[in-house]
Design a protein around this ligand. Structure first.
Ligand SMILES: [Zn+2]
Ligand SMILES: [Zn+2]
Length: 442
């Protein structure tokens, strides 16, 4: 949960960065919060076994072993099968790290601290100070890590009810293995920017007025180096990075809230000398035709006729697990219009507490017969049966007001009070004026 909370502030931070067209985030904020609890400055004793223990394999096992063991264990430990959701989350987190060769390597050598800090290296701090000015911009222990990325994953309410492993095809940039991220051979310093990657640009903002700005060099694409065409890496065409597809496994938990973010360490883009950013997958639950969800509770609207309201109603309802619920009023029970009734424990599973569930609430809408549908003898019979005044009050026929249709388009016929007067034509004034003032005062 802590990760999710941190994320908002991180995101603000990233947004600020992107205004300056920065591709790199200096500060690895996503780990900031976690570090408070787990950081220890003495690298003497590193725990690089814990994650393997979680998956149940010996330390330093291969990524293939990790994958095989995880699959087996995930099936057993899945909250659907009665596994502890918290434990399952830890298991998937362990898998995220150990199934990624770079992160596994960091973990094997430095433990969690290594994974979090990404091993350091590079000198992106200098680039940052170029952008933000002031030498003080460099941070003490800022591992160089790419921006986090956010994706959305639509799921159905049924999927959230059941919980499942979702497979998401994800394309991210990885350092080219053809040139090891160099882009080619025989690199020469770019003459346009003298190898700095950045150039001063003059832009005309008005007649005779120019503004000066610093931007990436177009000759070398901001790299500061240029390759002879023949030495350019064929695999990445000199881009240093390549698109790589990966299937991300999202362990959708039962009862997960809408807009929940799953974090995948290092599954965003990577750059030479900069470790891969994190991927966040935000769960978006599609609107359901029948069920409305509020926390762990479900609501449905149910239309019944007046006869059903008075004499009882029985109906079946397709539930989120695919079964049919057989629902009935109790003998003698009467449903009033807009009444809400509840089926206990027929709601969503509680998030992080898959053993308990919310309730299902049914809002009844009672459909009355239409005017003219009842014959006078039926009306007399109803009067005998139903409670209420048996004799109607006698009214003066001349003074009786008959009810008319309610027309929504003509409610509050003078909504702006007396204001309408101003828009009226001169000749319409006079006689009406007095009445409108009365209206406005009401
Ligand atoms: Zn390459
Ligand atoms: Zn250049």
């Amino acid at each position: 949960m802590k990760i999710c909370q941190n994320f908002q502030t991180i995101f603000k931070y990233f947004n600020r960065c992107s205004q300056a067209d920065l591709e790199v985030s200096l500060e690895v904020s996503p780990f900031g919060g976690m570090g408070e609890e787990e950081s220890s400055n003495s690298p003497a004793e590193v725990d690089n076994k814990g994650l393997y223990d979680l998956i149940g394999i010996p330390p330093q096992s291969t990524t293939d072993d990790v994958k095989k063991a995880f699959r087996k264990k995930a099936v057993k430990e899945h909250p659907d099968k009665g596994g502890d959701p918290e434990k399952f989350k830890k298991l998937t987190e362990a898998y995220e790290i150990l199934s990624n060769p770079e992160k596994k390597d960091l973990y094997d050598r430095y433990g969690m601290e290594g994974v979090k800090n990404g091993g350091g290296g590079g000198d992106m701090g200098d680039i940052f100070s170029q952008f933000f000015g002031g030498g003080g911009g460099r941070r003490e222990q800022g591992p160089k890590k790419m921006k986090a990325k956010m994706r959305e994953q639509q799921v159905t309410l049924e999927e959230v009810f059941e919980g499942k492993m979702i497979h998401l095809n994800h394309k991210r940039k990885r350092v080219c293995d053809g040139c090891e991220g160099k882009g080619g051979a025989n690199a020469k310093q770019c003459t346009a920017c003298k190898g700095r990657g950045m150039v001063q640009k003059l832009q005309m903002i008005g007649p005779g007025m120019y503004s000066q700005s610093t931007g990436p060099c177009t000759d070398c694409g901001g790299d500061g180096t240029i390759f002879p065409e023949k030495d350019r890496c064929k695999k990445c065409k000199g881009n240093k990075v390549m698109d790589q597809e990966k299937v991300i496994e999202i362990p959708l938990e039962r009862g997960v809230p809408d807009e929940h973010d799953y974090q995948f360490y290092g599954e965003s883009d990577e750059m030479p000398g900069v470790m891969a950013g994190d991927l966040y997958v935000r769960i978006k639950i599609k609107k359901h035709d029948v069920y409305e969800r509020k926390g762990a509770d479900l609501y449905i609207n149910k239309k019944i006729t007046l006869v059903e309201a008075l004499t009882g109603t029985q109906f079946t309802l397709k539930f989120l697990d695919g079964t049919n619920l057989h629902i009935s009023t109790k003998p003698g029970e009467i449903i009033s219009p807009a009444q809400i009734k509840t089926l206990k424990k027929k709601g969503m599973p509680c998030y992080k507490d898959a053993m308990s569930e919310g309730d299902l609430h049914i809002r009844f809408e009672v459909e009355f017969p239409l005017s003219g549908q009842l014959k006078s003898e039926q009306i007399e019979q109803l009067k005998k049966v139903l409670p209420g005044p048996k004799q109607q009050q006698k009214l003066d026929a001349k003074k009786t007001l008959y009810l008319e249709e309610y027309d929504e388009a003509h409610v509050n016929s003078n909504p702006e009070g007396g204001k309408k007067d101003e828009e009226d034509d001169d000749d319409e004034r006079g006689g009406h004026g007095g009445q409108r003032v009365q209206c406005a005062q009401q």
